[in-house]
Design a protein around this ligand. Structure first.
Ligand code: ADP
Length: 605
């Protein structure tokens, strides 16, 4: 990485930390400054006091030095305590803002990025690197160290400059001292770089294991897989895998630890040898005269602080440079663009409800895959039509809907709303015209009313009407708290567990509440019992009213009532038309699927 990039990352990190919590950033920086200065107050004034004592100075002077030592130390201690309190308030503030930043980013990512394994891996990786102390958090603590050690270097140099400038010390001795410092710094740098490499290789190697351990932990602690774990006696294999991963990680960590400790030992021995040299130098200086007793104490302490500060600053700078690789990765996640947000056209609100959608030679493959999920799809339909999409599993039905709703953009071709490429519309406005119930819909642990409205505030009458239309009326009337009943127990211990079929009805009610011109039901009856399923079919026309309804199912019997049926096969529309007409094409895919299913129903009947 070039110096410019390092500087750019440092500037960006500071800006981000400032945005997350200015209180924490300032608190920590000033705290580091105060901590850096604190030891110099007694060092400087004690030296003056000793010299004044030896010189037989008046008692007022002695009292002044003593007072200044205590007074300044007390002031700095007060400032330190105040700043520490600021940091303690600022740290959770920053933590919260950091978590929120992650949540916001996840919400802003395009759906294509969310489903992209590379993005998921990157997110996991930066999360686990943050937890292990790298990227932003490492930058934070390093910044404090840089402030602290830079200040110490400056102050120590100014307090010892007079000694090294004086003629008392012979030139060769000064050169020897300078050489010793340079050598120790160089060895420290080499050792620092080696240890950092070992540690960074370790954390890179741990990413996969950490991800697996996280998943395993999820299986074991989440109650949902509990049934399968018990019925298939999965405890042992899961625990064995957990143990194997932990053992491997533990052994690896121990090897890394021993290697780094060995390297540290060399650095420590050199540091202390240098310190010993400094003592010899100062003693010889004192013996030759020209240095006061008080100054000797000041020089010794300052040089020791200087040496430590130089070593630490070098180490910190090195680790910061290495950490920039992590921080760059960290920012790369937050820089993932959302190409969906480019459009700015407003979706026309038409009183005549005359909307039409066209698929113009649309071809699509999922990111990072080679196979086409859709190929050359051409289609045109108007609002108000009831459309069914049928086909075998994996034939492209859901993908077709995902493209229609702009969760993905076509790889080739165009989808148009009223003749305009849908990419040109404002993304949020375009999304607002669809109510979709996906097969793998997600309900959240809010109250029933809020879940239906997908909002904290809602119109109770409308929510009830939608639940009624979706066939949830009976269950609702048996709930003492009605719409205020919490779903699941994530946030409320009195929340209710709902069955798959009930959840599906609530999801349908949510789609109805949104009241969008397009309503899409993707296998809406998969989890419903036969009676409820029949109800949804029967009421489908009523439920969707004058809206465009797209109904996806691999059960052909449920699609008969639609105006137009699209038959998907291997990513293509192979047939379309009304039920009777399609069935009449005896060699067509529709007739094949229909007969296969009819036979299935007869056999199982
Ligand atoms: P259907 O809804 O008809 O069952 P899908 O539209 O879900 O079919 O899938 C069409 C094809 O795209 C299948 O081959 C499926 O494996 C593939 N596919 C679906 N989702 C993804 C995804 N997120 N990433 C990669 N391939 C996918």
């Amino acid at each position: 990485m070039k110096l410019r990039e390092h500087l750019h990352i440092i500037r960006r990190s500071i800006q981000l930390l400032d945005r997350l919590s200015r209180r924490n950033l300032l608190g920590r920086s000033l705290h580091a400054l105060v901590v850096a200065l604190m030891p110099y107050v007694p060092i400087y004034f004690s030296a003056r006091l000793i010299d004044a004592l030896i010189a037989g100075a008046p008692v007022q002077t002695l009292a002044l030095y003593a007072g200044l030592t205590i007074g300044l130390t007390a002031l700095l201690s007060l400032a330190k305590a105040f700043l520490l309190a600021q940091c303690e308030i600022g740290a959770p503030e920053m933590e919260l803002a950091y978590e929120w930043m992650h949540a916001e980013k996840a919400a802003q990512l395009s759906y294509a990025s969310i489903e992209d394994h590379e993005v998921a891996r990157l997110k996991q990786r930066i999360r686990s690197e943050t937890q292990t102390g790298f990227n932003l958090y490492y930058f934070y603590s390093s910044m404090e160290r840089v402030i602290q050690f830079s200040v110490r270097i400056l102050v120590s140099i100014s307090l010892t400059a007079s000694f090294f400038a004086a003629d008392t010390i012979a030139l060769p001795a000064k050169l020897l001292f300078a050489g010793g410092v340079v050598l120790t710094v160089a060895v420290n740098m080499l050792i620092g770089r080696r240890s950092a490499k070992i540690r960074s290789a370790f954390s890179a190697d741990c990413v996969q294991s950490n991800i697996m351990l996280g998943e395993l932990d999820g299986y074991i602690t989440d109650y949902k897989p509990g049934k399968d774990i018990r019925l298939y006696a999965m405890e042992e294999p899961l625990a064995a895998l957990d143990k194997r991963l932990l053992d491997e990680l533990g052994a690896y960590e121990m090897r890394v630890y021993l290697k780094c400790a060995g390297l540290e030992l060399i650095a420590t021995v050199m540091n202390y040898a240098l310190r010993f040299g400094v003592y010899l130098l100062l003693i010889s200086g004192a013996l030759m005269g020209g240095v006061t007793v008080g100054s000797i104490a000041q020089y010794v302490s300052s040089v020791m602080l200087l040496l430590t500060a130089v070593m630490e600053l070098v180490r910190t700078a090195q680790q910061l440079a290495l950490n920039d690789t992590y921080t760059r990765r960290f920012f790369s996640y937050f820089d993932i663009p959302n190409p969906m947000y480019k459009g700015s056209l407003s979706v026309e609100k038409r009183d005549d409800n005359e909307y039409y959608i066209e698929f113009c030679d649309v071809t699509f493959k999922y990111p990072n895959t080679d196979a086409y999920a859709l190929r050359h799809v051409n289609l045109r339909f108007r609002v108000g039509e009831k459309l069914a999409v049928v086909g075998m599993n994996g034939s492209g039905k859901t993908t077709f809907i995902k493209l229609l709703c702009r969760l993905y953009d076509p790889t080739e071709g165009e989808i148009r709303l009223n003749g305009v490429d849908i990419r040109k519309y404002d993304y949020d406005e375009y999304m607002a015209i669809f109510s979709v119930v996906f097969q793998d819909f997600q309900l959240f642990a809010y109250s029933l009313g809020q879940s239906v409205a997908a909002s904290a505030e809602y119109d109770a009458k409308r929510a009830e009407a939608c639940l009624r239309e979706a066939g949830f009326e009976e269950r609702l009337s048996s709930m003492p708290k009605g719409l205020d009943t919490s779903l699941y127990q994530d946030f409320d211990k009195n929340g209710i567990e709902i069955s798959g079929g009930e959840a599906q009805k609530i999801a349908i009610a949510r789609a109805l509440y949104k009241n969008a011109p397009f309503i899409v039901l993707d296998e809406p009856t998969a989890a419903l019992d036969p009676v409820s399923e029949y109800e949804v079919y029967r009421r489908f026309g009523e439920i969707s009213g004058g809206k465009t309804a797209i109904y996806i199912s691999h059960r052909l019997a449920s699609c008969r009532f639609c105006d137009e049926i699209l038959v998907f096969h291997e990513g293509q529309i192979v047939q379309h038309g009304a039920h009777e007409a399609l069935l009449a094409q005896e060699n067509g895919k529709y007739a094949e699927l229909w007969n296969a299913q009819a036979q299935y129903y007869t056999e199982t009947a």
